[in-house]
Design a protein around this ligand. Sequence first.
Ligand SMILES: [Zn+2]
Length: 261
Amino acid sequence: MRFLPSHPDEFAPFVENRTHMFQLQNGMWFGCDCLSKFGKPCPICDYNRAAWKKWGREEGRNHVLGKYKPKYISNVLIVRNPNAPDTEGKVFRFEYGPLVMKMISDAMTDHEDQEAGLIKGFNPFDWKTGANFVFEGVQVGKFTKNDSSHFGSQKPINKWNGKSYVELTDEEIDEVESKLYTLADCEHKEEDVKDYQGILDAYLAKNGAPLFEGQVQNAPVAAPATSTSVDDEPSFTPNSAASTDEEITDTDDFFSKLANG
Ligand SMILES: [Zn+2]
């Protein structure tokens, strides 16, 4: 697949959301946006900082709540997909985690290769000087691991004609560009998410005891951070006429629906 430039009306080829999600002692799940995304103090992060400080590196693990997980969303073109050939040539919103984001930022950074010498960084989102991204999801138990995904060599955007990769014509590029999604509508806005007190209130309502009761002493036991691989499980939203405003507005639900089925 191919990461695509931003929609003509927007500037960034990706948006980021940060969420906390963890299990409370009573078995219920608690989730909220992490306010650090907006440069604001976040009660869950504050709690975790205090817990690390109080219990230290080893013991702290048993007391901290779920760290925030960044999720990124970009437009991608499916160049070739033997598992689902009907998706080839289509534009999707692609949601991905820190692992794929690191591959993007590594690709953008100049680095020294033992054999090849200096390898110049490039912009993977560029029509002409980007590169195809070979996305490999390996099923491990119920998680998908993406470690072996990687960028191919730099070349203009292309399509798979069944035998080889063929460069897109300018007309075909225009066509792809016309199908780009806007991404700003997927980004959680500060005014739409719970503020500091709102998170404390929601936590109290679900947990039955406040987050900061007796300082950090009554720490709810958080589920250990075992779900790292599932965080990188991406999901796709087809850019088709069928995607209504309703689906786009409620992205969380929409993405989770896709992820679950
Ligand atoms: Zn936070």
